[in-house]
Design a protein around this ligand. Structure first.
Ligand SMILES: [Zn+2]
Length: 357
């Protein structure tokens, strides 16, 4: 029984682990029975999950989290939460559970598949996102933007209870503002059916508004031009621009769109001429080196290695699509400075943690 369930959730993880649904290590999946939650380990990809890689968690132990008196300071709070989560990991499994494990645990459905598709974020990141959900998906739960981690999980947990009190059942479809979607169900067919409904409905809505579901990318710049930029970037940004990924120009979403966009491509792209002076001025104004460079005829992803450079460009393109699709629902609504700063600092923390290992 448990093996069948793990095989099913692995299959679903692969089906919804493609670029249409998630980028890099984004999104997470789980399955459960009354005692145990099996969740995707943090830092892994949906596409690479196997039945044996899921982290096994004791649900009774995990439920201590819901009664815990948590410190006001966010760093102390996240540390306490991490400890409780670690103590809930059952012996015999390795890996750190996803920070969204308590949210998965809060839904009683057997399978949960959480992703960040641009098709969905065109609505969740739009000014009229909430109204669009009410109109197009009356059965869904809409959750206003909250900093990721414990606070988000607890807020969604409360919303699920309120929804259940009103409707008699838990929501099978949850939209998180400027973040993504949670789909839950007791069977594989139920999960697939909900995703198909969400995608079909949204694609139709975009078509009706005359919004294309693909970003228009201009012709790539010449090799000689790219060589020149590489030289300047390396002089200005050093090892932070050791690798450069190149694309023709497209209209980027220049601002904090969602946690994933901030983590992989930073809140703001550098836009302008590629010169050492201007790049250094950006670094001192923003406090970070840019990951996305927008020139007159190109968009470049930069990073310390090929993978990070490519990911930055991939997220820039994803953000461009979200921005374009959001026109169907009143236009893109960026995150506030407070929300943006939480992620920027959070990323530093998790980066430091990774470096320390
Ligand atoms: Zn997420």
């Amino acid at each position: 029984m448990c093996m069948d369930m793990l095989k099913t959730i692995s299959k679903l993880s692969h089906a919804y682990g493609t670029a249409e649904y998630v980028k890099a290590g984004g999104g997470n999946t789980s399955c459960k029975d009354a005692e145990t939650l099996w969740i995707k380990p943090s830092g892994t990809t949906l596409a690479g999950l196997k039945p044996e890689t899921f982290v096994m968690m004791d649900r009774t132990e995990l439920s201590r989290l819901y009664e815990a008196v948590t410190p006001v300071d966010s760093a102390d709070r996240e540390a306490l939460v991490k400890n409780i989560m670690a103590s809930a990991v059952k012996a015999g499994t390795s890996g750190r559970p996803s920070v969204e494990a308590p949210l998965h645990d809060s839904l009683s459905a057997r399978y949960v598949v959480h992703t960040h598709p641009p098709i969905v974020n065109g609505m969740t990141c739009a000014a009229d996102g909430r109204a669009a959900v009410a109109r197009l998906f009356p059965d869904a739960l809409w959750v206003p933007y909250i900093d990721p981690g414990y606070m988000l999980c607890m807020s969604v947990r409360r919303s699920i209870h309120t929804y259940k009190a009103a409707h008699g059942v838990e929501p099978r479809l949850i939209f998180l503002q400027n973040h993504g979607v949670f789909v839950s169900g007791d069977t594989e067919a139920e999960i697939r059916g909900t995703y198909t409904r969400v995608f079909d409905t949204l694609k139709k809505a975009y078509r009706t508004c005359g919004v294309a579901a693909e970003v228009c990318v201009c012709e790539s710049p010449s090799d000689a031009q790219v060589r020149g930029w590489r030289q300047v970037l390396s002089e200005a940004l050093g090892e932070h621009a050791a690798a450069v990924a190149v694309s023709g120009r497209f209209e980027v979403g220049n601002g904090p769109i969602s946690p994933d966009h901030i983590v992989y491509a930073k809140s703001y792209a550098y836009e302008g001429g590629v010169s050492v002076g201007e790049l250094l001025a950006f670094v001192s104004a923003r406090g970070y080196t840019p990951r996305v460079i927008v020139t007159e005829n190109a968009v470049l992803g930069v990073g310390t290695n090929t993978k990070t450079a490519r990911l930055a460009l991939e997220l820039a393109l994803d953000g461009a699509l979200v921005k374009q699709l959001a026109y169907a629902f009143g236009g893109l609504c960026y995150l506030s400075d407070v929300s943006r700063l939480f992620i920027e600092n959070w990323e530093v923390e998790s980066y430091r943690a990774k470096q320390a290992v």
